[in-house]
Design a protein around this ligand. Sequence first.
Ligand code: ATP
Ligand code: MG
Length: 433
Amino acid sequence: MGNEKIPQVSGTRDVLPVDTYVKADEPWLRIGHYHLVEDAARTLFPLYGYQEARTPILERTELFARGVGEGTDIVGKEMYTFDDGVDGKTTSVTLRPEGTAAIVRAYVQHNLQVAGGETKWWYTGPMFRRERQQKGRYRQFTQIGVEAFGSPGPRVDVEQIEMLHRWLSALGLKFAMHINTLGDGDTRPRWKAALQEYLRARKDQLTKDSQERIETNPIRVLDSKFDKPEILAEAPKIDAFLSETAKKHFDGLQEGLTRLHVPFVVDARLVRGLDYYTLTTFEAIATEGLGAQSTIAGGGRYDGLVRLLGGGDVAGVGFAAGLERIALLCAAQNREATTRPVVFIAPLGDAEAAKADELGQALRAAGLAVEVSFRKSNVGNQLKRADALKARFALVLGESELASGKAKLKELATGAQHEIELQSLAESVKKLL
Ligand code: ATP
Ligand code: MG
């Protein structure tokens, strides 16, 4: 057993309060950026009726096998699964790779569908997928997502996409909202058959993954990042196969978004290759700053999922956003992510130090951020530290200040000095802010 450093697990990352830790091509994420993104969601989503729910990180493996789908990359190769044995009984459990399946499980388990009506939830937390680490792609990452149950029409889709648009815009992100339809049960078998016929005829030009998917999940082939774009672009379009109902839903979606002035682009390649996904799909895609991992949020309607997980026929629509990708964009914009001290108090001796502690307490009780220096050093060095912390004011306490009860509050950016009484320090500082 030595004293070597123990590296962290590949694909995981520490989020630290400091900004001195710079990674080669990636702005380092500070905890403040997480709060920036999460606080914006926490204030906005309830305005649309979304309430927060928290589900466990561990779920039974079968929840994802059924609720995400055996044919997906997530279930096929990305899950952290292990046997959890207690009292001789073994259960296969998985670190959740996404949020929707667990939210639906909870919704069904607690019988919310029985009451009928609408249920709108939002959630946030860590997700786990065994992927190759890249910028914006990690093995432990954080999602913020929402799910709305009980409304089959397109107006709730519109409301949710408008909310996503408002949230990302408020964070100052540059993105485009892509939308598409996957049709309904009357649409998909006919479209799928046409797609299969087209793809089988070009099988030898496709990647191995896509060749396999022709039979298992041909719609997913359209989402391939590795096949020739022209083959994918010329594949049969869903438009020709849309049922009356599906077309009406998609028209309603576009009309609604237009009415609420939400800009969007129709993107025929936007698919989710699972059978219970129906009608609306959408993605917010960053137009600058993220490179290959540019999808910030993805969502869609999943009218068959509640039934698949034992809860009967309940419509559902939701999205999930990647918090790290959003935080990276905020970090790249140099968005302020740390609380700076308003006052830096530098006592010069022991008696002054005791007074400084009391003044710090009083200022914090008044809601002001304070750094009280614990170091013994001269005025010059103390002020250097105040500068490094980007404090707004510095207060040097020496013998004469202690004796007179008066001191000078120095505004660091301008050098301006404000004469104040120590006993009413908090009020004086607040007046100057
Ligand atoms: P991608 O095509 O980038 O792999 P996905 O389709 O697997 O995305 P979803 O399952 O729809 O992604 O998850 C929603 C969002 O969560 C994504 O748009 C992305 O912002 C984020 N996300 C997904 N996987 C990761 C990951 N491994 N690391 C960081 N963020 C991720
Ligand atoms: Mg993925």
